[in-house]
Design a protein around this ligand. Structure first.
Ligand code: MN
Length: 521
């Protein structure tokens, strides 16, 4: 029998293309299928069925559909290795298939009317019952006469219980694995494939290097205090068994430091290059906290600092700048339970890099009310074509972060956010108060644009909050605003790392998305 992957190998230069050189995978379990939305020289959808340990593949320019009236051209292309099944990332331009790929749908399938689907493909007709997240029901592929090269087939969806007339795949463009669009994957690819390496080792993660478990083991082995070597720095850590957050069981300082070290590689892009305002609770979240902005004299020499040239006499002059992950661990050991980075960078302190919407619930604002306000902002920002993301605060609120290009002043971003939020507020005046005084708001929500000011800060993505159980401020995808299980304090330092492993970081796309602020009319 000839090697089913021979054509695939021939078409690729394995010294350059970051895709795996495939090995025929073991069969076993339910057959899987995948559809990848692939923007190469032209947009198409790659429909791939697992057959005998490879992915038998068609490129479908208009994409597969549930519409039983549609007849779609599907070009039969060479088999792909099983390692492609969950490939989502970027193939360098200039390479075969260069472009960006999202896993548009994935699931299992069964061949119909045959126990030998390879023979069915060879004979020119394949009937497949698919069970994916988007595609369900009976797909039929039939070979057509070739006109000028290639191997055209026709793809249709049977008129069965899953058929939906008029259904268009382009209305559902996001990845079923990460919720991201092709644009978002291109802006921030999480994975590349290493050329030449065995397929199983080919995936190169572009996500931050996680903390090795041995570092946590070392922290666990310390007594009440000691020297912890973490991220290449030697840190004196103290009072490790002190309870900092009430809860069942309570959260100790040791646990907070472990969290700070684990989250630091993820949170750092939102903190580095910025002055850090620390909300300190040395006696724990149950006692009163206070703001600490000055870099203390006893801070280790390596801890980066920044002198604010505009500091008035009596104001903080030297700030901590968490430019490396160990700095965040240092801050946690210093009793900073909350991390508030400046909205501007130290190199241009008067220029915000985000426009921030702070949805601040009043006493009478229900969680559902707040979600209404957040969704209305989502609609408005989508209408404006803006890349933005919401996050829960870990307490009661929701914030929306909108990355902006350099050159704006805080006056600019504040005025823009005010206009945006006033437009939204007009839709639901019964939920919103524009009164400055809390009492005068009568328990209604405040759409707080005034946080767009120098040295006013919102809590950092992934910062803990000083409350029982150590809740965390967590970035969301827009779709999660429709999740009935969403709560503002849903995640804690004990659960957010699992979420990250599963869902990734929805804010990463903001890092490459600085944009101009459009007119709001
Ligand atoms: Mn393709």
């Amino acid at each position: 029998m000839s090697d089913p992957l021979e054509t695939y190998r021939r078409k690729r230069d394995f010294h350059r293309t970051p895709e795996p050189a495939g090995a025929v995978a073991e069969a076993g379990g339910a057959r899987r299928f995948v559809v990848q939305r692939h923007r190469a020289s032209r947009l198409h959808y790659d429909l791939r069925f697992e057959i005998d340990g490879v992915l038998v593949s068609w490129a479908v320019p208009k994409g597969p559909t549930l519409d039983p009236k549609a007849r779609r051209l599907a070009m039969h292309v060479e088999d792909h290795p099983m390692e492609y099944l969950e490939f989502e990332g970027v193939i360098p331009s200039g390479e075969y298939g260069g472009g960006d790929v999202v896993v548009w749908d994935i699931g299992t399938w069964e061949p119909v009317r045959t126990s030998d689907p390879r023979a069915a493909v060879d004979s020119g007709e394949l009937h497949a019952e698919v069970n994916g997240r988007k595609l369900r029901g009976r797909l039929v592929l039939v070979r057509r006469d070739a006109e000028d090269g290639g191997e055209p087939w026709m793809l249709l969806h049977k008129r069965d219980e899953h058929a939906v007339e008029g259904w268009d795949p382009e209305d559902h463009p996001r990845s079923v694995l990460t919720g991201r669009t092709n644009d978002e994957v291109l802006a921030d690819p999480h994975h590349l494939w290493r050329s030449g390496a065995p397929a199983a080792e080919a995936s190169v993660s572009l996500l931050p290097e996680p903390l090795p478990d041995s570092a946590i083991d070392e922290l666990e082995s310390l007594g009440q205090q000691g020297t912890w070597e973490v991220f290449g720095r030697r840190l004196k850590v103290t009072n490790l068994d002190k309870v900092l957050f009430p809860g069942e069981p309570p959260v100790t300082k040791r646990e907070l430091l472990a969290y700070a070290a684990r989250i630091a590689p993820v949170a750092l892009p939102y903190l580095e290059g910025r002055a850090l305002n620390m909300h300190r609770y040395p006696e724990g979240a149950g006692a009163k906290g206070f703001w600490h902005k000055e870099r203390p004299g006893h801070a280790p020499e390596w801890l980066p600092g920044w002198d604010n040239p505009d500091a008035d006499p009596g104001e903080t002059r030297t700030y901590v700048v968490p430019d490396e992950p160990a700095a965040l661990v240092w801050a946690a050991n210093f009793g900073a339970l909350e991390w508030h980075p400046w909205t501007s960078r130290t190199e241009a302190p008067d220029e915000p890099t985000y426009a921030l919407v702070d949805l601040d619930p009043g006493e009478r604002t229900s969680w559902d009310d707040l979600l209404v306000l957040a969704r209305l902002h989502r609609t408005a920002l989508e209408h404006l074509g803006m890349t933005a993301r919401p996050k829960v605060t870990g307490r009661r609120g929701i914030q929306i972060w909108v990355p902006v290009v350099g050159g704006y002043s805080f006056d600019d971003t504040r005025a823009w956010v005010e206009k945006l939020s006033r437009t939204v507020g007009k839709v639901v005046p019964e939920l919103v108060s524009w009164k400055w005084e809390v009492k005068a708001r009568k328990g209604l929500a405040r759409l707080d644009y005034t946080q767009n000011a120098i040295n006013k800060t919102l809590v950092a993505p992934y910062s803990p909050r000083p409350a029982a159980g150590a809740p965390v401020s967590v970035p969301l995808t827009w779709d999660e605003l429709d999740d009935p299980d969403l709560r503002p304090d849903r995640w804690t330092i004990r659960t957010v790392l699992d979420r990250l492993a599963e869902r990734g970081d929805p804010f990463r796309v903001l890092l490459g998305a600085a944009q101009e602020l459009p007119e709001i009319s």
